[in-house]
Design a protein around this ligand. Structure first.
Ligand code: PNS
Length: 163
């Protein structure tokens, strides 16, 4: 059985992430999509909320298991019997950080392959941070995120504006 992990911050998950995940499920029998718990990044949504959005957005997708994880991605991969870590690559600007991550991960465990999937053109510009920014200013994000995420963003930012 070919197993991969697809780790990330997913704050929140976008249609770009879902596109990568869908394509990863064609390459692997099982893909663990997992929210990193111990991130230093300040997040909009809690780990539990981000995990819930993964679960709701991937409902019905065969071969996908949603989880959270702590610590090194390669250790998490090993714990799940995964042979690969999937990441999406948008523009050249992603390359530097991903190159560092791939090199570090290869050093930590050369047995685990980094698999980069090129984001589809329609999502090449899309990121969780753009989604957060546009939603925070009341702009439309329905084309960029699944409905369950759009709902939570609206709820989060309408609360914010009332304060
Ligand atoms: O969605 P993101 O923020 O780009 O995801 C980054 C993530 C979670 C994949 C990366 O930070 C990660 O793998 N963190 C776990 C810690 C680790 O393994 N570090 C060594 C490689 S950089």
């Amino acid at each position: 059985m070919r197993i991969a992990i697809y780790p990330g911050s997913f704050d929140p998950i976008t249609n770009g992430h879902l596109d990568i995940l869908r394509r990863a499920t064609r390459l692997f029998d099982r893909v663990y999509v997992a929210v990193l718990k111990n991130t230093e990044k300040r997040a909009l949504f809690s780990v539990e909320e981000r995990y819930q959005m993964l679960v709701e957005s991937t409902a019905g997708m065969e071969g996908v298991v949603c989880e959270t994880f702590d610590g090194l991605a390669v250790e998490y991969a090993r714990s799940r019997g995964a042979m690969a870590i999937v990441r999406g690559l948008r523009a050249v600007s992603d390359f530097e950080a991903e190159f560092k991550m791939a090199t570090a991960n290869h050093h930590l465990d050369p047995e685990i392959e980094m698999v980069y999937l090129m984001t589809s053109n329609e999502y090449a510009f899309l990121s969780s941070s753009i989604v957060r920014e546009v939603a925070s200013m009341g702009g439309p994000v329905d084309d960029w995120v699944p409905p369950c995420v759009s709902r939570r963003l609206k709820a989060r930012f309408s609360q914010g504006r009332e304060v």
